[in-house]
Design a protein around this ligand. Structure first.
Ligand code: FAD
Length: 825
């Protein structure tokens, strides 16, 4: 192999050197590194600054001495390669400590110089306190500055992966963090709707961020560093991290007339050989063909650099026997509690290159919902409309994102399609996944789209004129609809859809949606099979729609507030005595983890009602919808939401009981609800109790009037001996003995349906019918049994559960007159 000179001693360079030595004990290997360190963990630098990695030494995989001793490699740190003299097959090197310049010959040269951070020539860019982060030396500078200055505010310019990692790590040190990003979103490899989820999460962490905004200049006056934005706004700050992006560090190659490509990247062939056959290159500095869209692409990732190092060494040792298939850009980052990952190409990239595609967004759980601590995950895939070939995937979630993105990356790398996802086998037990993994679900949904079983419409198409007029139909339950819905939507719950088809126009497009798209898919199938011709399911459901339609940036949040080390915003300084007095108020802790909507709200209501005005409830829940619900609920009831925090996927809310009644501002007519429960179908009974409890939780005075078959809901679980006439006895024998014997209105299947429904509710931690009835009573819902129906059906008072009022139709009508909502079920 002769003599190999390597430029760059970190990811690509060090890997190549070590592999070369393992392949050839005799080769002469010289490694030049202009920095002080080799083989260190770039990826760990932000975490060392933030303190998660506490010991500096842990950043170093190898020391120059250790590496040299183990691999018998001449390691020359603080030696910068200045020039490549191709004709002479030499490099010109400067020993940085002494300034001495010398030449070194090579038989083969390897370039792994990496990428350099972009530092635009803005006025004031060289002011003290402005940093870029590339290596250990930069890290030491930033850390020293933080340790030796009082840094209360930091400005991150650029919201890529490194910018956001730095935001989190500075925030972790108790610093107010502001991000300024020129694009309309953070993290460019993501499509907007996936980035929107990150925006909403950053908001919950009280990170201030500006989108579509750029820094124009910096200046320092009376010691205060200020960034002037292009909009004219000025941001005072104590430290700036420039993370605008990186570009290939290809000066050596350019000056040596090697072929350069995209953004100055060094062009290499699949053997990783440059336009000079004796010079190879790898890592961040090279441009390679993207194997999906066959366009030249740069990849700034450690994984590809390391893998290329191995292939390159094999080619040097074995005369070009291995080819590199190209990187597909599989990346992952932790953004506070979120994990954000992408692989392949995004919708944005495909559309920029005019490549036709389809896309789908699914929301699943990290593992079986019935096993504790399941967290939501949003998954977007883009694929070919011709054959379903998978082009790219993006995931935002809390747990298990890494293994899903790796499955998807493997499928994409092997030119797999969405059909492969439907069959992809995964390890499953409840703590880890579901029998149908989120990756399978993504495949199923994409298959339905590709095979035209359902049409999907994306959030951004709804507002486009060319889509034309449409009727929006929300197929969730009324209580879900009451909490939030898309303006203009009609609410027809999925289970009522077949009976209410006549309410829908047949001459218009119909867009159905639910929380995430699953119920809406079932609704779309019902509509299509009932002759509705243009039915669309809103991809990603209300969840994605809400992420994208909320305000995306988070500006000016610190102007009058204080941020605590816990990440919460305070109206007063948390160290101020006034905050301490507030802390002495009585606060009741409520653990609503594992409960699903409306369970957590019901718990909050129950507890808050026991308290005096000014007293508080601190509730923790894992249902992600709870954050929005509790805000809406407080708006409706007039209670005060003091804090709302999401950490590690848990939602913590602190609520204060308002004045004496805590009723909403609306007048009495809108503040009561009455329901007539006529049916004893299990599902209808369930719906009536969901609505009643939801309305009660929203502060309404609720009356339920049980008449005829509805009385069966109120019967005690055990039979009570009472005197009855013949007809009463006959009815008693024929009718359900109690709520436990109720049947489903459809698919009852000799009682199997109701049992399955109960089992499913239990698995999903939804209260049983009996628990809902108990909750209703405890929430003050007035349960009235119709006297006349009891007489007709021979039902005695003793047969009914406790707390039931026996009343006539007047009792119902009296309440109904006061009510804004009257339902007959
Ligand atoms: P580098 O590892 O950057 O090595 C290049 C080396 O060459 C440098 O040390 C430089 O000093 C030296 N050099 C350059 N020119 C000369 C010269 N003329 N003479 C002598 N020496 C020279 N990637 C991920 O996949 N995941 C992550 O989580 C991740 N996090 C990151 C966090 C940070 C803060 C940074 C900076 C990068 C991160 N990366 C991450 C990117 C990853 O580190 C790079 O993709 C990878 O290190 C590229 O390897 P490389 O060999 O091409 O370049």
């Amino acid at each position: 192999m002769g003599k190999i000179a390597i430029v760059g001693g970190v990811a690509g360079g060090a890997t190549t050197a070590a592999r070369l030595r393992r392949l050839d004990e005799k080769a002469e290997i010289v490694l030049f590194e202009r920095g002080e360190h080799i083989s260190y963990a770039n990826c760990g630098l932000p975490y060392y600054i933030g303190g998660t990695i506490s010991e500096r030494e842990r950043l170093f995989v190898q020391t120059p001495e250790g590496f040299s001793a183990r691999f018998n490699i001449e390691v020359r740190v603080k030696h910068e390669v200045l020039r490549i003299l191709r004709k002479q097959k030499q490099v010109e090197v400067k020993e940085l400590a002494s300034g001495k310049v010398y030449r070194e010959s090579y038989d083969k040269l390897v370039l792994s110089p990496g990428a350099e951070p972009v530092k635009p020539p803005l006025p004031g860019i060289n002011e003290e306190g402005i940093f870029t982060l590339r290596n250990v030396t930069d890290t030491d500078r930033i850390k020293d500055y933080l340790d030796s200055h009082e840094v209360r505010r930091a400005l991150i310019v650029g919201a890529g992966f490194i910018g956001l990692e730095m935001a989190e790590n500075l925030h972790r040190r108790g610093i107010f963090v502001t991000i300024v990003e020129m694009a309309e979103q953070v993290m460019t490899p993501l499509d907007f709707e996936m980035a929107a989820e990150v925006h909403q999460h950053l908001k919950t962490k009280q990170v201030e961020f500006y989108l579509k905004e750029a820094v124009a200049s910096f200046h320092r006056e009376n010691g205060q560093l200020t960034a002037a934005l292009e909009s004219g706004k000025e941001l005072e700050t104590d430290l700036v991290i420039l993370s605008i992006g990186v570009r290939p560090d290809s000066r050596l190659a350019r000056e040596a007339d090697l072929e350069l490509g995209e953004r100055g990247g060094i062009v290499v062939n699949p053997y990783l050989q440059t336009s000079d056959p004796d010079i190879y290159a790898l890592g961040d500095a090279v441009v390679l063909e993207n194997p999906i869209i066959h366009k030249p692409m740069l990849t700034y990732l450690a994984g590809p650099a390391n893998k290329q190092g191995r292939i390159l060494a094999d080619n040097l040792a074995g005369n070009n026997r291995k080819t590199y298939g190209g990187a597909i850009g599989t990346a992952i980052a932790k953004v506070f509690d979120l994990t954000v990952a992408s692989t392949g190409v995004s919708e944005k990239t495909l559309s920029r290159h005019n490549i036709p595609y389809l896309s789908s967004i699914t929301h699943s759980s990290s593992h079986a919902g019935y096993y504790p601590d399941a967290f939501p995950m949003s998954l977007k895939i883009v694929f070919s409309p011709a054959d379903g070939r998978l082009y790219g995937a993006q995931i935002v979630g809390y747990k298990g994102v890494d293994k899903r993105i790796d499955l998807l990356a493997a499928a994409i790398r092997k030119e797999g399609s969405i059909y492969d996802l439907t069959e992809m086998e995964h390890a499953y037990a409840p703590p880890y996944s579901s029998a149908k993994d989120p990756v399978n679900i993504a495949g199923f949904v994409a298959e339905n789209i590709l095979e035209a079983r359902v049409r999907v419409v994306h959030w951004d198409t709804l507002s486009r004129e060319e889509f034309g007029p449409y009727q929006l139909v929300d197929v969730r339950e009324p209580d879900e609809f009451a909490l939030d819905h898309i303006e203009g939507a009609a609410n027809i719950p999925l289970d009522e859809l077949r009976q209410r088809l006549a309410e829908l126009p047949r001459d218009q497009k119909i867009v159905v949606y639910c929380a995430v798209g699953q119920r809406a898919y079932a609704a779309a199938r019902i509509l299509v099979q009932n002759g509705f011709s243009e039915v669309y399911n809103l991809s990603g459901g209300l969840k994605t729609y809400q992420f994208v339609t909320q305000r995306q940036s988070n500006e000016d949040i610190f102007e009058h507030d204080f941020i605590g080390k816990d990440g919460n915003i305070y109206q007063v300084d948390p160290d101020h005595p006034a905050a301490a007095t507030q802390g002495e108020r009585r606060t009741v802790d409520v653990d609503a983890c594992g409960l699903q909507c409306p369970g957590p709200i019901m718990r909050v209501k129950k507890e808050l009602e026991q308290l005096l005005p000014g007293e508080r409830v601190a509730v923790t829940a894992t249902d992600p919808g709870f954050a929005a619900d509790v805000e809406a609920w407080c708006r409706m009831t007039g209670h005060t939401l003091l804090e709302l925090d999401r950490s590690n996927g848990r939602i913590k809310a602190l609520l204060e009981r308002s004045g004496s009644s805590a009723r909403p501002a609306a007048g009495p007519a809108s503040n009561a609800a009455t329901l007539v429960v006529f049916s004893d179908d299990f599902d209808r009974a369930l719906a009536s109790l969901v609505i009643a409890n939801g309305a009660a939780a929203a502060g309404k005075k609720v009356s339920m009037f049980f008449t005829f078959w509805g009385l069966n809901l109120l019967k005690k679980a055990h039979r009570v001996r009472v005197r009855k006439d013949f007809m009463g006895k006959m009815f008693g024998l024929m009718l359900p003995g109690s709520s436990r014997d109720l049947k489903l209105s459809k698919l009852n299947m000799m009682g199997m349906g109701a049992k399955m429904m109960r089992g499913r509710m239990k698995a999903l931690k939804i209260d049983s019918l009996e628990e809902m009835l108990r909750n209703a009573r405890e929430s003050g819902v007035e349960l009235i049994a119709c006297q006349m129906s009891m007489d007709v059906m021979g039902v005695k008072k003793e047969e009914l559960i406790e707390g039931i009022k026996i009343g006539g139709v007047a009792a119902y009508l009296g309440n109904a007159e006061q009510a804004g909502v009257n339902l007959f079920i």
